[in-house]
Design a protein around this ligand. Sequence first.
Ligand SMILES: [Zn+2]
Length: 320
Amino acid sequence: MNRFGVVDFHCDVLSKLLENDKLRFAEDGPREEGAKELDVTWERLRASGSLFQMFAIYIPERMGKTMTPILQSVDLFMRRIEALPGIAFVRTRCQLREALQNGKTGAMLSLEGVDGLQGDFIALRILYYLGVRALGLTWNHANWAADGVMEPRGGGLTGKGRQLVRNCNELGMMLDVSHLTDQGFWEVVELTNRPLIASHSNSRKLCPHPRNLTDDQIRTLVAMDGRIGITYVPWFVTSEGEASVSGVVRHVDHVCSLGGEKHVMLGSDFDGIDRHVAGLAHPGEVWRLTEQLLQHYKEEQVRGFMSENALRYLDQNLPD
Ligand SMILES: [Zn+2]
């Protein structure tokens, strides 16, 4: 059991449910004999002391670049997750406060990659009306808005992508820069008038992977009062040997050393990865991270990393 409540800014449960809706999220949900379990289940979220969980809508490329699988993901969220009595759907600051007061787990929707919107800002607004509150322009590859981090040409934003950033700012849609190229990162920084998040990225200085953030990028996110979601993706934790919980703590240390003590949050990427950090395979094991952090930091600081930094961001950036 976790000593502190947890906020997690990225998991891919919805993507797994979209591919196989027989997977079990909660005990009373449908069950398929022998099916592999999700990393994130309702029981494990409860055991982790989950205060808030972001559910990313990520559409695997082979499912096509249309609105249909995006809307199917929203439907899955409503039927399989939002419907649970312990979950409260969060779209506003008031709903977040209410969820916390009532001891419920706040659940929010984000979109990882805008491919399916096909440049249509009406579709963007409809997703906002449906409760999607954070958006990453790309996954790893290029789309109509920008280049993802694995796109060899490493370009920035298209004209439409620039319009998208402005539209998100106007709507109050939070912008997530994880997965963007460096070029794209700096262009979004230049354009945005709201603080950005990197929902699931670590330090590139400690682990030289292009999905991780450079020191300059971390300092920039800190300076604009954005947030960095430290992630448990083993190959973003270390490039050598087995990734450990203490390896994750090193990334927290590094962001703190750049002035980001109040800007560290967590973005597990559970259910988006097929390998895990040793001892950190699902929400029910996040207590190990809490305990390791408590060996290096004061309780108040650990509470900041585990939940309060993220909750403060939400409180300041959600609509009324
Ligand atoms: Zn991702």
